[in-house]
Write a protein that binds this ligand. Structure first.
Ligand SMILES: [Zn+2]
Length: 161
């Protein structure tokens, strides 16, 4: 074996060794994990398969790619997130209306408010879709908590089902 090949092999072996080391992964805080829409169980796997603002509609992973946690805990589980989304919408509409008033000082033109609210809600729809589900999983699901065992590099070894 040539020296070059041997060096390459050592490098590969080192990479494998490092990737198998649990210390290389730092567990994010609950807020950061939620912000990045990570699995609430392991805080490593992504809940969504694609980005929030892309050309394609957002797609949720069925199971966590890291720990295999099933996000839709029971059929229809995410219907509840509609209420969260509704609360987001109300808060955003009020914020947009207040901001419009502060910026324009206009109290005459109803259309101004309708149009800015409509545009705002339209632009925030992907955000609401994503974070209503994240909020449901992180803070409105009793019994669903972060599990350090699931965060390990080989969570299947420790998973009980
Ligand atoms: Zn997970």
């Amino acid at each position: 074996m040539s020296l070059e090949k041997r060096l390459l092999k050592n490098k590969i072996m080192e990479n494998i060794k490092n990737s198998g080391n649990p210390q290389t992964f730092t567990v994010p805080t609950e807020f950061n994990a939620a912000l990045h829409a990570k699995c609430p169980k392991c805080r490593r796997g992504d809940i969504f398969a694609n980005s929030m603002y892309g050309l394609k509609a957002q797609k949720m992973n069925v199971n966590c790619p890291h720990c295999d946690f099933k996000f839709e805990r029971e059929p229809g589980y995410f219907y509840v997130s509609m209420f969260v989304s509704y609360a987001f919408n109300v808060a955003q509409m009020i914020t947009i209306a207040v901001a419009t008033y502060i910026l324009t000082g206009n109290l005459e033109n109803v259309w101004l408010y309708l149009v800015t609210i409509f545009i705002g809600v339209f632009l925030l729809a992907p955000f609401n879709y994503r974070y209503s589900r994240v909020v449901l999983l992180y803070w409105l699901s009793p019994g669903l908590h972060y599990d350090p065992e699931k965060s390990k590099d080989n969570p299947y070894k420790y998973s009980e089902g």
